[in-house]
Ligand binder design. Structure first.
Ligand code: ADP
Length: 345
């Protein structure tokens, strides 16, 4: 059973206080403590104040007075501690707010820098591409076979550079929360076929089979066609890139319900270790970060796929097993029949 809550219980160092203030002597205190102990061995519980009263060393009034004095002291100490704590919390909060402000300023600067530099890079590249085009069409004079081949390589490289710059621009827009979507009802079946046709040569080059699997009637989905196509293409590109020759990459559309269509890109490639599945969606993260990297790329692809898919209110899911392959999927919402932008129903 717990002792009743008396002021004395709240003041654990009463004896010390009484000696220090000269109300009792050290000896008196020892007598009272010995009395307490003795009574306790007989099964009786005496508080120190009660012991002092019974031994006629102090009156009830004196004890009450001493206890009240101590409670007031304790309360003052508690108030001081609270004030100190409140001030520390205030200081810490403002330090954290300042750090947060600096951090978001930095991240804004980074996004602005990426946006500016990307636009600056695009202008000269447009000229380079324009002149390469003029050269390759023979507008500026006839070309030898070697010159023609060299031009083709240059055009391919310029194309890669352009898509890299486009990715950087998209990334900086997403980082600034400025990625906008133009939602319309999209025919995913058509999009998928176009992506497969576009990617077939690349897959054939790498001796990877590329198939499109569409088991059911797929309803139109509400999406930004250009961005969703880009995201699916990026997943297919990765799947081809990370699948050794003889492997298989598939793009499937599955009607999950009347309202949802799942896009699934699966491969039989190198796979991703379970503890790194989250990391691959971080910007600039690549699993093979060695200087002798076997696969090209910037590490921006999946980060952008994630941004695009979440801008559609959805989420990319990844399942993977090392050495066996990976599957990336995300659901999209079916377009409402009769919706404003719905021209194809
Ligand atoms: P990039 O392909 O330009 O390196 P991504 O952001 O598209 O950048 O991918 C990040 C990393 O995730 C890749 O470098 C690779 O390590 C891993 N990865 C992505 N897709 C696959 C895949 N299908 N199979 C195995 N690893 C993959």
């Amino acid at each position: 059973m717990t002792a009743p809550l008396t002021p004395e219980v709240l003041v654990p160092r009463l004896g010390e206080h009484l000696v220090q203030t000269g109300q009792i002597t050290d000896e008196d205190l020892h007598r009272a403590l010995a009395f307490q102990k003795e009574k306790q061995s007989q099964g009786q519980r005496y508080l120190l104040g009660e012991a002092l009263i019974v031994l006629n060393l102090l009156t009830r009034r004196q004890i009450d007075h001493a206890v009240t004095e101590q409670i007031i002291q304790l309360r003052n100490a508690l108030e001081d501690a609270n004030r100190f704590l409140e001030e520390r919390v205030k200081e810490r909060t403002s330090e954290l707010q300042e750090a947060l402000r600096k951090l978001s300023e930095l991240s804004q600067m980074k996004a602005n820098f990426v946006a500016n530099i990307s636009h600056e890079l695009r202008t000269p590249l447009t000229h380079v591409k324009g002149y390469l085009e003029l050269l390759s069409t023979g507008t500026l004079g006839p070309l030898s076979d070697d010159q023609s081949n060299a031009l083709q390589v240059s055009q391919k490289a310029a194309g890669r550079l352009e898509s890299l710059i486009d990715n950087l621009i998209l990334f900086s827009l997403a980082a600034r929360g400025e990625m906008t979507l133009r939602l319309t009802p999209v025919n995913l079946d058509k999009v998928a076929q176009e992506i497969i046709n576009y990617s077939l040569p690349k897959a054939q080059d790498r001796k990877v089979s590329l198939v499109y699997e569409n088991k059911s009637d797929i309803p139109l989905v509400q999406a930004d066609e250009e961005k969703i196509s880009w995201a699916i293409l990026q997943l297919i590109d990765n799947a081809i890139k990370f699948t050794p020759s003889g492997g298989k990459v598939s793009l499937s559309l599955e009607k999950e319900s009347d309202k949802l269509v799942a896009v699934i890109v699966a491969d039989t490639g190198i796979g991703i270790p379970a503890d790194r599945l989250v990391e691959v969606f971080e910007p600039f993260h690549q699993l093979d970060a060695s200087s002798t990297r076997r696969y090209g790329g910037t590490g921006l692809g999946l980060a952008l796929v994630k941004e695009i898919v979440s801008a559609h209110g959805s989420m990319v899911e990844v399942k993977s097993e090392e050495g066996k392959g990976s599957a990336f999927s995300f659901p999209l919402l079916a377009a409402l029949k009769g919706s404003k932008n719905d021209r194809e129903w």
